[in-house]
Design a protein around this ligand. Structure first.
Ligand code: CCH
Length: 291
């Protein structure tokens, strides 16, 4: 049972998130990676042009978004957080999901990502659809390449550098054959946030795995079968992406700084609470000459 904390005590909520992260019978003993993925998938549907999608509303609980194959397995994360929400009904799901992602990153040794409350929740499926528009098929497909990454992340307003920084989250967690069809972790210690993903991506030899599943790449390290998705490999194949992979492999501080900025921006996408949310992003995109 999670603890009830006073309304507005987000540090108290963070402490509860740290408690639910300990899951000895789940994956690598931690809910942390799947909590980070929940925050990302809740946010990564945003479109700068259509101004819909994003973490506001916690639409991932409803209808098509809940059934999107890209979100398979995220109910684990939602369930891990449910006791906190039940003990603290004053916090919205959308605030809790994004805060849990940010706290999990920090608890696993990563940077402090800026976070602010103020997201609301859609009350039901029709409420979600009315506000959400058609946001199907917006999350990335691991089987594709560099131009797909630029399409998906460009729609949210991200630069090449930010795409690479965000991809560094694959230092956490693993693929599950029964969720995405892919299988295995990217690094040996997948509950520790670091620049290990970039180091391995740029220095190890990755060969196609011989198996019945979708194309993925492998390298055996310390007796463990590590993996890369085709989209991960695309970061080394594209010359602009590659430059950032090499920089982040060398400089963990730079990676932490760029990741914290990019992830902080991710969880703000479409959160139209006041001038610090969407309006700020539009001004920034206009300044950078983006659509
Ligand atoms: Fe990811 N990711 N991700 N990813 N991801 C998967 C797992 C995690 C892609 C595909 C996959 C980001 C970007 C991409 C995490 C964070 C981020 C899986 C396995 C696939 C497939 C899912 C499964 O089987 O459970 C693709 C394609 C992209 C394109 O860029 C970004 C951005 C982030 C966050 C910043 C995390 C964490 C996981 C591990 C989840 C877990 O359950 O362990």
């Amino acid at each position: 049972m999670a603890k009830a904390v006073p309304k507005g005590d987000y540090d108290g909520i963070r402490a509860e998130v740290r408690k639910v992260m300990k899951q000895p019978d789940y994956d690598d003993g931690s809910a942390g990676p799947v909590l980070v993925r929940l925050a990302w998938h809740a946010s990564g549907t945003f479109s700068l042009v259509e101004h819909n999608g994003g973490s506001n509303g916690a639409g991932l609980r409803h209808g098509k978004e809940a059934a999107d194959p890209a979100n398979a397995g995220l109910y684990h994360a939602i369930e891990f957080l449910m006791p906190i929400q039940q003990a603290n009904p004053w916090i919205t799901h959308s605030d809790l999901w994004t805060l849990a992602g940010v706290e999990a990153i920090k608890a696993m040794g990563g940077p402090d990502v800026p976070w602010q409350p103020g997201r609301m929740d859609y009350s039901d499926e029709s409420h979600a659809e009315e506000h959400r528009g058609n946001i199907s098929d917006r999350l990335p497909d691991g089987a594709l390449g560099a131009s797909h990454l630029r399409d998906v992340f460009g729609r949210m307003g991200y630069s090449d550098k930010e795409i690479v920084a965000l991809s560094g989250a694959h230092t956490l967690g693993r693929c599950h054959a029964d969720r995405s069809g892919f299988d295995g972790p990217w690094v040996v210690n997948p509950t520790r946030f670091s620049n290990q993903y970039f180091k391995l991506l740029s220095t190890r030899k990755w060969v196609p795995r011989k198996w019945d599943g979708p194309l993925q790449f492998e390298n055996i390290m310390a007796g463990e079968r590590l993996m890369m998705l085709p989209t991960d490999m695309a970061l080394m194949e594209d010359p602009v992406f590659k430059e950032w992979v090499l920089k982040y492999a060398k400089d963990q501080n730079l990676f932490f700084k760029d990741f914290a900025n990019a992830f902080g921006k991710l969880i703000e996408l479409g959160v139209d609470r006041d001038d610090s949310g969407f309006a700020h992003l539009v001004r920034q995109a206009a300044k950078e000459g983006k659509p």
